[in-house]
Design a protein around this ligand. Structure first.
Ligand code: AMP
Length: 134
């Protein structure tokens, strides 16, 4: 019997290659292929201003590694997810958000309002935010 990869037509006749996945819009920002108003970056993540802000301050914190959404995060990404959460304090202090407060939001899937399938934390600040959200 042939190995399983011989049954996958998209790999034939190069069974050790995979089609290149299209970059997400956030990967393109990270790679400087499209512009982004970046306020923070390190080797694991970057943070930039949302192009359609829903509050006076609206930032997106994105891992460089593609994690599609929080509901599909793998335990192997535990350290990266912790890194993202601990960057929130650094960015909030850097951007002067800490004193008045802010909200961190992760939209997940259709009913969660997710539009970009690349995990991102929204940091919203600069006005009182209502609860519950709509
Ligand atoms: P979500 O609905 O949680 O997936 O959020 C996606 C967010 O990405 C939205 O708030 C968009 O306004 C934002 N967005 C989409 N394209 C860009 C871009 N090129 N630069 C900055 N923010 C973007």
């Amino acid at each position: 019997m042939l190995p399983a990869y011989f049954s996958l037509p998209f790999t034939f006749p190069f069974p050790f290659t995979r089609p290149m996945a299209e970059k997400t819009i956030f990967q393109k920002i990270a790679d400087r292929e499209i512009p982004g108003d970046i306020v923070y970056e390190d080797d694991l993540c970057l943070c930039f201003r949302d192009i359609a802000p829903q509050a006076p301050v609206h930032l997106l914190l994105v891992p460089r590694k593609l994690i599609v959404r929080i509901g599909e995060a793998d335990p192997v990404d535990q350290d990266l997810l912790g890194h993202l959460l601990t960057r929130v304090r650094i960015i909030a202090e850097q951007e002067g958000l800490a004193e008045d407060g802010f909200r961190v939001v992760i939209n997940n899937g259709k009913n969660g309002g997710e539009a970009v399938p690349h995990l991102h934390l929204h940091l919203l600040a600069g006005r009182p935010l209502e609860w519950p959200p709509g």
